[in-house]
Design a protein around this ligand. Structure first.
Ligand code: HEC
Length: 370
C-alpha cells in the first residue's frame, strides 16, 4: 500500500484530463455561442422559432425525414478575390486614342489594375486638345506617363509580356468588375489595397467552394451556431435526398426537380411548392423516392374544424386541404436557412451595380505598349 497515494493521484489526474478534454474543451468552444445579429435588420440567426415552425420541427422529427435528408452543408475551401465597384472621384475626361471621344478615366487606377493583372495589356489614353490648358490634368497625365515607364521597366525585369487581346481599360470600363477571383487572402488583400490607394472603390470578396455549395444547397458551410435552437439536433447521416439545411432559401432551379417562380410573390410560391411536394413528391419529380405525406392533407373539406385555404395540387384533380401539421412542417422547412454571414462562416457579398460612372474603355484597338 506504499504506492496508494501515488496511484490515487494518478487516477485523479487521468480523470481530470478526460474531463478537461470531453467536457471543458467543448464548453469553451461552443458553450458561449449566441445567436448572431443579421446585418441591417433587427433579427438574429438562428431565429428563435415562432410557434408554428417549432411544431414543425416536431413533425419533421416524428416523420423521420432525417433518415434520408441531412441538414449540414459541407464546404471544402474558402478563397478570396477583389472586386472593383467604382473608379473613384479622381477621374479625368480623357480621349481614347484615335477615336476623338472622351471618357472619364482614373489614371492611377489604370496603373493599379495593370499591377494587379500582369496578364492584361494597357490600352493607350490621350489628353484631348481641349484639356491642354488644364494644369491639373496635364500634371496627372505626366505622372501617369512616369508610372507607365516604371511599370514597363518592372514588367521587363519580371519577364511579363502583356497581350493586347484584353486590356485593363476594359476591366475598368464595366463595373462592378471581378479583378481577381479565387486566390489566397494575401494576394486578394494586396490588390484591394492597390486599387483603394488609387482612389477607386474596391472590396474583398470571398468564395465558398465545395460540391454542396455548387449544388445550391447553401451559401456557406453549416456551423455549430446554426443549431443553437435545435434539441435534439437532427443532422441526419444519409443523403438519399438533397440536404435541407437551407431549403428555406433554395433557388427554384436548385431543387432536385428544378422549377421556376411564376410571380414576384416568391415566399408564397415556395410555400405552395413545398406543400405540393409533401402531398405527393411524384407530382413534381416523377421518379422521386421521397415518401408522400398525403396523410397530412384532407381530400374533402373538413366540416368540423377550420379548413383553411384549399391547395391546388394538380390542374385536373380537386383541391386538397392541408392539415395543421402540414403547414407546421412547411413553416419549419422555410426557417431552414444558412445564407446569414457569421464571423466563423462568412457568406459572399453580391455585387451591387456601381454608382460611379465607369471609365469606358479607351480605344481597345490601339496596341498596348509592351
Ligand atoms: C426514403 C427517403 C426519404 C425520406 C424518408 C424523405 N425524403 Fe424528401 N426526398 C427524398 C429524395 C430521394 C428526394 C429527391 C427527389 C425529389 O425532389 O422528390 C427528396 C426531396 C425532398 C425535398 C425537395 C428538396 C430539393 O432540393 O429538391 C423536400 C423539401 C423533401 N424531400 C422533404 C422531405 C420531408 C419534409 C420529409 C419528411 C416528411 C422527407 N423529405 C422524407 C427522399 C426522402
Amino acid at each position: 500500500m506504499r504506492y496508494g497515494p501515488i496511484i490515487g493521484a494518478g487516477a485523479l489526474f487521468s480523470l481530470a484530463c478526460s474531463w478537461a478534454a470531453l467536457v471543458m474543451a467543448p464548453q469553451l468552444q461552443l458553450g458561449d455561442l449566441s445567436p448572431a445579429p443579421i446585418p441591417n435588420t433587427p433579427d438574429f440567426h438562428p431565429a428563435a422559432r415562432p410557434g408554428l415552425a417549432a411544431q414543425g420541427a416536431e413533425v419533421y422529427r416524428s416523420l423521420g425525414c432525417y433518415q434520408c435528408h441531412t441538414r449540414a452543408v459541407r464546404q471544402d475551401q474558402l478563397l478570396f478575390g477583389a472586386r472593383l465597384n467604382g473608379i473613384g472621384p479622381k477621374a479625368i475626361n480623357l480621349e481614347a486614342a484615335g477615336s476623338g471621344k472622351t471618357n472619364l478615366v482614373n489614371l492611377k487606377l489604370l496603373i493599379a489594375l495593370a499591377k494587379a493583372r500582369p496578364d492584361l495589356g494597357l490600352a493607350k489614353v490621350e489628353l484631348p486638345p481641349t484639356l491642354a490648358a488644364d494644369t491639373n490634368a496635364v500634371a496627372a497625365f505626366a505622372q501617369f506617363t512616369t508610372h507607365l515607364t516604371l511599370l514597363k521597366h518592372a514588367d521587363h525585369k519580371a519577364g511579363i509580356v502583356r497581350t493586347n487581346s484584353a486590356t485593363v481599360n476594359e476591366l475598368a470600363g464595366k463595373l462592378p468588375a471581378e479583378i481577381l477571383a479565387k486566390v489566397g487572402p494575401e494576394e486578394a488583400e494586396r490588390v484591394v489595397k492597390l486599387l483603394s490607394d488609387s482612389g477607386a472603390k474596391a472590396e474583398l470578396v470571398i468564395y465558398n467552394l465545395g460540391p454542396d455549395i455548387a449544388r445550391g444547397w447553401g451559401a456557406r458551410r453549416s456551423v455549430a451556431r446554426d443549431y443553437l435552437n435545435d434539441a435534439p439536433v437532427l443532422l441526419g447521416s444519409v443523403r438519399v435526398g438533397p440536404d435541407l439545411a437551407s431549403i428555406g432559401t433554395r433557388a427554384p432551379e436548385k431543387f432536385a426537380a428544378p422549377w421556376k417562380f411564376a410571380t414576384s410573390n416568391t415566399a408564397t410560391e415556395l410555400e405552395h411548392h413545398l406543400l405540393v411536394h409533401l402531398y405527393n413528391p411524384r407530382l413534381l419529380a416523377p421518379a422521386s423516392t421521397c415518401p408522400s405525406a398525403s396523410y397530412l392533407f384532407d381530400k374533402v373539406k373538413p366540416e368540423v374544424r377550420y379548413a383553411g385555404e384549399p391547395l391546388v395540387v394538380a390542374k385536373e384533380s380537386p383541391p386538397v386541404f392541408p392539415k395543421h401539421n402540414a403547414h407546421a412542417l412547411v413553416a419549419y422547412l422555410l426557417t431552414q436557412r444558412n445564407d446569414v454571414s457569421l464571423p466563423e462562416a462568412p457568406v459572399p457579398s453580391v455585387a451591387k451595380s456601381a454608382t460611379a460612372k465607369p471609365a469606358a474603355p479607351a480605344d481597345t484597338n490601339a496596341p498596348s505598349k509592351p
